[in-house]
Ligand binder design. Structure first.
Ligand code: MF3
Ligand code: CO
Length: 247
């Protein structure tokens, strides 16, 4: 069931989403070679708490950290640990904050120092996929137009779209209906109502879209070991377009 939000609810959602926005920016300024993924998680935890919010991911279905920190071939749900970030890595940081009874959610992929041309293009195209997806998105848009646009942009650049994970609705719960795939057929799916709040999150792979889950039961890596990138914002669908809450 999709919970369409009232203006009052959307006003309440601005705060947790602003925390996510500011936290991602802060991490982008701090993240560097030599830092462990656990240190990145600590930055996120401290920032969210200092903002008067709660890290939604911590304890979610037993998840042990405040952020997902996914390096290179890790697509999503990388558990922070003692791994040291190195020049040439790409690192996606995905985090959620809870405040005012609502969640906010966003992700960015950062380049550590100089990265390969392929990785640089992958990170850029993944971000572009999000902006392609919201082009023309407004009340009445068929849901799967989002995925169609992500897929078209990713594949026309020689990349593939991860199938095993999708975007989602968000509100009082971190994951609400509808599921928002990053692939699909144009003109299909439910028509999106104004006031729907969605997390649109392209996850794009340089090679095959097949993933494998590690023994920790969280970490999703590409089956072929090629790099993947992730970019996510929480958006409100309006009568005439979208409002991005995490930018
Ligand atoms: N932020 C992720 C998303 O985009 C959810 C992370 S799963 C968690 O849906 F367990 F880490 F919380
Ligand atoms: Co999300």
């Amino acid at each position: 069931m999709i919970f369409v939000k009232t203006e009052e609810e959307i006003a309440l959602m601005r705060e947790p989403n602003a925390v996510v926005r500011d936290c991602l920016k802060f991490v982008g300024e701090k993240i560097c070679a030599g830092m462990t993924t656990k240190e990145v998680d600590t930055l996120v935890y401290d920032f969210i708490k200092a903002s008067g919010a709660e890290p939604s991911c911590l304890g979610y279905c037993g998840y042990p950290a405040s952020a997902c920190v996914s390096v290179n071939e890790t697509v999503v749900h990388g558990i922070p640990d003692d791994r040291v970030l190195a020049e040439g890595d790409i690192v996606s940081v995905d985090l959620c904050a809870y405040k005012n009874g609502f969640h906010g959610d966003g992700a960015r992929t950062f380049c550590i120092g100089e990265v390969s041309a392929e990785k640089r293009k992958l990170v850029k195209v993944t971000e572009e996929c999000f902006f392609k997806a919201i082009e023309g998105l407004k009340e009445g848009t068929p849901l799967y137009d989002i995925g169609y646009k992500v897929q078209r942009h990713a594949e026309s650049n020689g990349f593939s779209v991860i199938r095993a994970y999708t975007g989602h609705g968000i509100g009082r719960e971190m994951h609400e209906d509808p599921s928002v795939p990053n692939f699909g057929r144009r003109g299909t799916g439910i028509r999106i109502k104004a006031g729907t709040v969605l997390c649109i999150e392209p996850m794009i792979a340089a090679g095959s879209y097949r993933v494998r889950i590690l023994d920790d039961e969280w970490t999703a890596v590409t089956a072929d070991g090629k790099p993947a990138a992730h970019y996510e914002n929480t958006v409100v669908v309006r009568e005439d377009g979208v409002e991005i809450l995490t930018l």
